[in-house]
Design a protein around this ligand. Structure first.
Ligand code: PLP
Length: 288
């Protein structure tokens, strides 16, 4: 089946999908995006993703391109046309196309691109073996809580991780605290059994998977501490893991050269992976 993309009102073959050279997403990263998981043909937490999309749009004073109902139809149609049963759908909204000028154009129609692809979400090998992360300085701009396509530091960090044989880079702020990963939220389980992830302030993207897992934990009366944690605390943790819509939950077995716990995926993490899998299979909080 050949891939189909949605670009500014039309469904087009993926290989022929184009935007204009003066699209402000291309020129200035003047655009926001979402990545939503699809499991068994069902969106996982679509409403939470659309809610975050609106927060990103509002923060950048971008206009919504269409109603949420229409957006849901387009997302569903792209998923259907690409035959994606398990995978991810990508949505980008830009400020539109206008002669190159930093100031906003007086009138430009928002640009919209939607693509979808098949992908194994909870990859058994990653879950069974866990992954390594490295730590690097967080050099991003002051608003990583907005899901903008301004992702150069994230791309550089991920490449550095890859070249170090790691899966992800955890970003460290000036106070020595881990903020999050380049494309995931960072979590630890302390030796005392406390599950910790950074509180959602302007320093991190409030992941939808993070929100989903919070919900799962709350429904099981499991305590979560949302607070800063240092690299040293993370290295001394008994377990660590990361969360994202495209991989759900992956155990972290080493940070830099330090093994976490006994260097294998931890029991608490494995239980959370199972609980989250059940939650996601029902569509998350959108579950009927
Ligand atoms: N943090 C960053 C910087 C990300 O790019 C992502 C996902 O792309 C996340 C966290 C996880 O967010 P979500 O769970 O919504 O995928």
């Amino acid at each position: 089946m050949s891939r189909i993309a949605y670009v500014n009102g039309r469904y087009v073959p993926h290989r022929a999908a184009r935007v204009h050279i003066e699209d402000r997403g291309f020129q200035f990263a003047d655009a926001v995006y979402e990545v939503i998981a699809i499991e068994d043909g069902v969106f996982v937490d679509e409403a939470l993703h659309l809610g975050r999309l609106h927060r990103s749009l509002d923060a950048l004073r971008l206009r919504a391109p269409m109603s949420d109902a229409a957006l849901r139809v387009v997302l569903g149609e792209v998923v259907r046309r690409n035959g994606v049963d398990e995978g991810i759908v990508y949505l980008q909204v830009t400020r539109g196309t206008a002669p190159r000028d930093f100031a906003f154009p007086a009138a430009a129609r928002p640009g919209v691109v939607v693509t979808a692809r098949r992908k194994r979400l909870a990859e058994p090998k990653l879950i069974a073996e866990g992954v390594r992360v490295i730590t690097i300085p967080d050099i991003r701009w002051g608003r990583p809580d907005i899901k903008s396509v301004s992702l150069l530091p994230n791309a550089l960090g991920k490449q550095q991780a890859k070249e170090s044989g790691a899966f992800e880079a955890w970003l460290v702020d000036r106070d020595g605290n881990v903020t999050e990963g380049t494309s995931s939220n960072a979590w630890i389980v302390t030796a005392a059994g406390e599950v910790v992830t950074r509180h959602a302030d302007r320093a991190i993207l409030e992941g939808v998977t993070r929100t989903g897992l919070r919900h799962v934990m709350a429904s099981q009366q499991l305590r979560l501490s949302e607070r800063p944690f240092t690299v040293a605390e993370a290295k001394a943790a008994s377990e660590a893991f990361l969360t994202s819509a495209s991989n759900f939950i992956i155990p972290v077995i080493a940070i830099d050269k330090t093994a976490i716990g006994d260097g294998r995926p931890g029991l608490r993490t494995r239980r959370l992976i199972e609980a989250y899998a059940a939650y996601a299979a029902g569509g998350g909080q959108d579950a009927p």
